[in-house]
Design a protein around this ligand. Structure first.
Ligand SMILES: *Cc1c(COP(=O)(O)O)cnc(C)c1O
Length: 490
């Protein structure tokens, strides 16, 4: 008995309805609140044991429509600016559907999906200014892309065979990055068995860029102490404020010290596709560059990219060496379906891999890098516009320079003491989200709670930012008034 439907006609009709529904849902996204909580009764309904016996697909779909579809993260909405998320596009939706339909296994093989992934990687190199001979891989996202780059760095720069001997066989390995580097680096150091102590946290300047001379001094001190520094990590677009490190200076420091230079450009790297590419200048000189297309590339989750300048370094980090005994069932015989020499599974952690490349290929074919770049440029302008609204409002305060697409600000009327501002702004942020006005997120800068707006949203209009700049002081005044009025009898 196969799992295929008995009545293909019914599934086809239902599938067509699903597609219609999803396209309509994306088209009308602005009409709904950016976010609303999952009601308790919905959670209760979904809390059921593993189904032993099935039900009709049409009934399952009705449950999806009632209990699942209405309660998403909200990142498709034009007023969603929290954390760093992308919005997807109808093209991305359709491409993911087509890729799921083909259900290719993209470890390698002589197949169209591998040809397309190779082409997409070539485009990424071209658009990011990497040499044609560089290597690369599509992965789940920035965390894995960054880990991939750092594993190549470790393999090449450790000075001993870490893969064979393990990290204990040599001096402690250390990696240098700023206090603003995203927390992927902690997971990476833990996962690589280096321990969190391996990452050296270098202070930043007033613009949240790494202090390069402090980094130089730390590397020298660690060398002198018998440690083995192996990599420098720069960031193009930090999560907190959107700052970009002085990447040319970090490249020079890496050359001077013989270290690997990795750049985390999870979202910032995409600025290179826009007319404002000077904002991330220097990232193209990295030994490895990690970035996401599911953030500022506006493609659906999940898709991240790692590019590695020296193609042999990526293979050195992941390919099973013959001596280590690549298992017979994976050894490639260059014939038949295995004729194709590009074996993506030799470039990263995953063996079974899906056809992520299709949504990238389709989005670029349809929109072109110029159109995506124009949307990125508009987001940079919108961040500046919001910052100008904040500066122009007596009761709003900008908390960090706006270097790229992130605005950190707060409601700070003179009458309210500094000690009360953090709680007040936290309450304003919660109200913005709960009332369905907008979804910024938060950060804390020098102890000050900031409402943080990250613009990686191709659906936002200027009016959305104007609405936010009006809502924040209005909510602030409302919350202050409510706190001053005597509590109502309960
Ligand atoms: C999002 C992000 C990451 C992690 O990427 P994921 O795709 O979420 O795994 C790393 N660095 C920066 C700067 C990011 O914004």
């Amino acid at each position: 008995m196969s799992l295929d439907p008995e009545d293909w006609g019914a599934v086809r009709a239902l599938g067509q309805r699903m597609l219609d529904d999803m396209l309509a849902w994306q088209q009308t996204v602005r009409e709904r609140a950016p976010w609303q909580p999952v009601p308790e009764e919905v959670k209760a309904r979904l809390d059921e044991p593993a189904p032993r016996n099935g039900m009709a697909l049409a009934d399952v779909y009705e449950i999806f429509r009632r209990d699942i579809l209405p309660y998403p993260t909200g990142n498709l909405h034009p007023r969603f600016w929290g954390w760093v998320m992308g919005n997807g596009t109808p093209t991305g939706l359709l491409a993911d559907m087509l890729a799921a339909g083909m259900n290719c296994h993209v470890a390698g093989f002589d197949q169209s999906a591998a040809v397309v992934e190779k082409r997409v990687l070539a485009w990424m190199k071209e658009l990011m200014g990497f040499p044609e001979a560089a290597s690369g891989l599509l992965v789940s996202g920035g965390t894995v892309a960054n880990l991939n780059g750092l594993l190549a760095a470790r393999t090449v720069k450790a000075g001993f065979d870490v893969r064979e001997e393990g990290v204990r066989a040599g001096p402690p390995l250390t990696v240098y990055r700023s206090s603003e580097t995203h927390s992927w680096i902690l997971k990476a150091c833990e996962t690589m068995g280096l321990g969190r102590r391996a990452f050296r946290r270098v202070p930043v300047d007033a613009a949240y860029r790494v202090d390069v001379s402090a980094m130089r001094a730390m590397i020298a001190a660690d060398h002198a102490a018998g440690l083995r520094p192996f990599a420098i990590v720069g960031t193009a677009g930090t999560v907190n404020t959107g700052a970009t490190d002085d990447l040319p200076a970090l490249r020079a420091l890496a050359d001077e010290t013989g270290l690997w230079f990795h750049v985390d450009g999870a979202f910032g790297a995409l600025a290179a596709w826009s007319a404002r590419r000077e904002l991330v200048a220097g990232q193209e000189s990295a030994d490895s560059l990690a970035f996401d297309l599911h953030k500022w590339g506006y493609m659906p989750f999940e898709v991240g990219v790692v590019l590695t300048r020296d193609a042999t370094a990526q293979l050195a980090a992941f390919q099973a060496p013959e001596a280590a005994g690549a298992p017979a069932y994976l050894r490639s015989v260059r014939q038949g379906i295995g004729r194709e020499a590009t074996y993506f599974a030799d470039r990263g952690l995953q063996l079974s891999r899906g056809f992520r490349a299709l949504k990238v290929w389709m989005s670029l074919k349809e929109q072109g890098a110029a159109r995506i770049g124009a949307a990125i440029e508009r987001n940079i302008e919108q961040a500046r516009y919001l910052a100008s609204l904040v500066r122009g409002h007596a009761e709003l305060e900008l908390l960090a320079p706006v270097a790229l697409n992130i605005v950190c600000f707060r409601y700070a009327p003179r009458a309210v003491p500094e000690t009360a501002l953090n709680a007040l702004n936290q309450a304003i942020l919660a109200e913005l989200q709960l009332r369905g006005i907008a979804v910024p997120s938060q950060t804390t800068l020098d102890g000050r709670f900031a409402i943080r707006v990250c613009v990686t949203n191709h659906r936002s209009e200027d009016g959305d930012f104007a609405a936010l700049a009006e809502a924040v002081p209005a909510l602030g005044a409302e919350l202050l008034a409510a706190a001053q009025s005597p509590p109502r009898p309960s």
